[in-house]
Design a protein around this ligand. Structure first.
Ligand code: IPD
Ligand code: CA
Length: 291
């Protein structure tokens, strides 16, 4: 098998992202074609399947030697291997899509040895595309290099000054729910009452869009438990190329696997501030994520 040409793969993924965007933009999301997977907060629509079908057919035709790992055709018996693999979420932010809340995207990643190497994330509602190639930088709309502030990026100065992305997820019971809700409370609470008093929280409703916001530097960090490799693969490259880091969502894990399902993404900044912010964040986690 020849060595993957990352630039060529990137350009092909960009063309697929725009095609997927056309399908999503022309869709009429309503409840008729919508079904739930695990529960009423975990949705899939006919468009999720149509977009994945278009993408997997195109990729298998152009790159028959590479593996394909997509949300809608996921088989738990076939985890991601070390082989070159496309890791794809046809619509990340399906709940937003169903509600016409304009934050959903197609997330197209390519990993080698389970390390993200190419990433393309496209929000067709705002017509914003984020992309990155390992070793070659990350860009918004293919022209603006990330992070947006470039060399003027501010140092990180602790949780009280941080805009923090979180998601409620679709698991609403059990230990992971407890850990998340108790941690959210501690993060938001005043210093006098023992909390971190973060500046505020945001939930874009899409893991990929949250990570791209951290990569841009418009949010400082994103903490997540329960999402999947297809939610993070593409945006992870973009984050790393913008100087950001990804660690485990549980305390102590300075390395986290592509399919580890627990993530803490920190924006680009001088390294010392990143590590300090990770440790400060970990110190407020109540319990452990069990994904
Ligand atoms: C979901 C979104 C959400 C995250 C969930 C994901 P989907 O993906 O990324 O932000 O919190 O864990 O499952 O279902 O919209 O593809
Ligand atoms: Ca999805």
């Amino acid at each position: 098998m020849s060595t993957p040409n990352l630039k060529e793969i990137h350009d092909f993924l960009v063309s697929l992202a725009y095609k997927a965007g056309d399908i999503i933009n022309n869709a009429l999301p309503d409840n008729s074609g919508t079904g739930s997977k695990k529960n009423s907060a975990d949705l899939v629509t006919e468009y999720d399947r149509a977009v994945e079908n278009m993408i997997s057919t195109s990729l298998k035709e152009k790159y028959p030697d590479y593996e394909f790992h997509g949300e809608e055709t996921y088989d738990p018996a076939s985890p991601i291997t070390d082989a070159p693999t496309f890791v794809v979420d046809p619509i990340d932010g399906t709940v937003n899509f169903v509600h016409s809340f304009p934050y959903a995207c197609v997330s197209l990643g390519f990993a080698i040895s389970r390390v993200p190497a190419v990433g393309v994330v496209y929000n067709p509602f705002t017509k914003t595309l984020w992309s990155g190639i390992r070793g070659q930088g990350a860009f918004r709309n293919q022209e603006t290099r990330l992070p947006l502030k470039g060399d003027n990026v501010e140092p990180l100065s602790g949780l009280p000054n941080a805009l923090v992305a979180i998601e409620w997820g679709s698991d609403r019971t059990g230990p992971n729910w407890e850990t998340k809700v108790r941690t959210f409370e501690k993060l938001g609470q005043s210093k006098e009452d023992g909390g971190a008093m973060v500046r505020s929280f945001r939930s874009l409703g899409s893991a990929a869009l949250n990570i791209c916001a951290v990569a841009e530097g418009t949010m400082d960090l994103y903490w997540e438990g329960g999402c999947w490799a297809w939610d993070v693969c593409a945006a992870w490259v973009i984050l790393a190329e913008a100087g950001g880091i990804m660690v485990d969502g549980n305390p102590g894990g300075w390395e986290t696997a592509l399919d580890g399902r627990r993530y803490l993404a920190i924006r680009g900044a001088p390294e010392a501030g990143q590590k300090e912010l990770v440790e400060e964040f970990w110190s407020y986690i109540q319990g452990r994520l069990e994904y």
